[in-house]
Design a protein around this ligand. Sequence first.
Ligand code: ADP
Ligand code: MG
Length: 210
Amino acid sequence: MQISPLLLPEMIEAIDQTITANAEEVTALDQEIGDGDHVYNLQRGIDALKKQEEALSQLDWVDAWQKIGMTLMSKIGGASGSLYGTFFVTMSKAARDQQMDLSVFADALSEGVESIKKRGRADVGEKTMLDVLAPVAECLKQAAADNAALPELLNKINQVAEQGVESTRDMVATKGRASFLGERTKGHIDAGAKTAQLMIAAVVSVIEKQ
Ligand code: ADP
Ligand code: MG
């Protein structure tokens, strides 16, 4: 099945809805171990993308990711802006001049995750968005290798993302603002991991409806 950038407006709307619906819960998480602005930061980026959604839907994935990345870098403050910005720009670079399919997408996603690690000088296990994004990228790579069927893959992605969120609970934050609290971050879920999972679930739901 081909997943067209024509779905981008619907994906952006779905992301907007889930972040708004979970704003209170996520902000509470971020207030426990961060500075409480994570939802606001994301919403600035989402609002900027909503203004571009028609234009984005007319591009191919490579150009759409590039535009999304540049927009997020310029519109979102905080760590998450430059991290997600770099993520999309790197995905675009990785997939350029290739025929888009699951395997090209999976590789691009992995490169995007690597770029977040580099930019944030972080890795899996440090209680960040990477604890969701990295296992999801890994899951897609495996699915591409196994030629997995789409419905099962989408379920698996949601499962892996939810496990990733839960895995941050017992971690000690060593990156970002939460790292200032050290051991006291134990027992709290990372807000950035939670929003990564919510946004992934939103995209999955749009693809499922196809
Ligand atoms: P800020 O931390 O600058 O206030 P946000 O509140 O928007 O930015 O985003 C915080 C989230 O960003 C964290 O919950 C975490 O998931 C993620 N994050 C913070 N620092 C890093 C890093 N160095 N690498 C990867 N992710 C990070
Ligand atoms: Mg913050």
